[in-house]
Design a binder for this molecule. Structure first.
Ligand SMILES: Cc1cc2nc3c(=O)[nH]c(=O)nc-3n(C[C@H](O)[C@H](O)[C@H](O)COP(=O)(O)O)c2cc1C
Length: 346
């Protein structure tokens, strides 16, 4: 019988269990997106709480991009030392850590070397080469900082998910048209990164299983894209969707809301699948890995609520997560759990 506590390997990298912390923007970065002591402490706490694979919060990798308040930046070599503190703290506790490399939108360099927002349709071939180069540089820096891999953020209305979505992408060249054309940028990013990093550096992707919006990416597009990514050798696919943090999730009632799409993907590819979205009980996550064959489960709000949830489950306290999916953590200082802030020990 498989359980979330099984140790596994991903691209030869050992993971102590099948649990990921899904990327979570904490709004805690210092001036210009620098790593702070408080951020290092958060990652250490997740590792001490027995999360096997930690995906960093949304990290801005483009010097031309717009800002997500308090998000980490990784746009130049001088940022490597700060990120090294995160990876060292995590590795010291036996967990793995992956950088979520993100673009807020389709910003590119203008002729003055400043950021300019273009629509997906306005991007020139040179702009596209620039975006691929930004991912290449981020991966090289991530590797130097000791990350075990990088997750391409291609979900949740952000820059790359727009490039994949027929709602935003009406290009008529090789970067548009059918789902395969719209996925071409992702393929180029993947292939370019793979050429410059070591063999044991994992490339993951977080992707929408649907845009859940009229005219947007469909589940069929998602499956076509993932099949392509599997073929070129992506190391794991995290299945998410727009409006990812659904409210009012209840253990045993409406958990795992992207499960159907993940199961269709599992039937299609042998690439490891990571499922995020409304996982709250040990029973559900164990059933996902044992019965449904999902490779990894991924948690965001439950870990904001209880950073040691996995350790608690492992120690035999199998009550579901105390997270009530109120989404107050999107609005609190440093995206903390409101139950904890109000002194109710979660
Ligand atoms: C405060 C907060 C910040 C988030 N930041 C990110 C992020 O940086 N990158 C990302 O891909 N998803 C982000 N998410 C979405 C989560 O990773 C996850 O996909 C979603 O909340 C569903 O999982 P859950 O039910 O375990 O919370 C964030 C969610 C929350 C609540």
């Amino acid at each position: 019988m498989k359980t979330i506590f099984d140790s596994t390997t991903l691209r030869g990298i050992s993971l102590k269990n099948r649990v990921f912390r899904s990327a979570t923007w904490m709004g805690m970065a210092g001036t210009n997106g620098m790593v702070t002591d408080a951020i290092v402490d958060v990652y250490r706490a997740y590792a001490q709480g027995q999360v096997g694979g930690i995906i960093s919060g949304f990290t801005s990798i483009s010097p031309y991009d717009g800002a997500l308040s308090g998000a980490l930046h990784f746009t130049q070599d001088s940022h490597i030392a700060g990120h090294k503190r995160i990876t060292e703290a995590t590795h010291a506790e036996g967990s793995r850590i992956f950088l979520q490399a993100a673009l807020l939108d389709t910003y590119v360099a203008n002729s003055f070397g400043r950021g300019e927002l273009k629509s997906v349709n306005e991007l020139t071939q040179e702009d596209i080469r620039g975006i691929v180069g930004i991912y290449r540089d981020a991966a090289m820096r991530a590797e130097m900082a000791g990350y075990d891999g990088l997750q391409i953020h291609a979900a949740h209305f952000f820059g790359l998910s727009k490039c994949m979505s027929p709602l935003y992408n009406q290009r008529r060249d090789e970067y548009g048209g059918c789902a395969t054309g719209r996925a071409r940028l992702l393929v180029e990013i993947h292939d370019t990164i793979r050429r410059v990093v070591a063999k044991q550096f994992a490339i993951l992707i977080k992707i929408n299983c649907s845009d859940f919006i009229e005219g947007g990416l469909t589940q069929e597009d998602f499956l076509t894209t993932c099949e392509l990514l599997a073929r070129i050798g992506i190391d794991a696919i995290e299945v998410s969707g727009n409006y990812t943090s659904r409210p009012h999730v209840r253990a045993g009632v409406n958990e795992a809301y992207f499960k159907d799409a993940a199961l269709k993907l599992k039937a299609l590819v042998s690439t490891p699948v990571i499922l995020v979205g409304g996982l709250r009980s040990l029973e559900t996550v164990n059933s996902l890995v044992d019965i449904d064959g999902i490779d990894y489960v991924s948690l965001s709000r439950p870990l904001i609520c209880e950073p040691d949830l996995v350790a608690r489950w492992q120690a035999g306290d199998t009550r579901p997560s105390r997270c009530v999916s109120c989404n107050a953590c999107y609005h609190t200082h440093n995206h903390q759990c409101i139950q904890r802030l109000h002194g109710r020990e979660a």
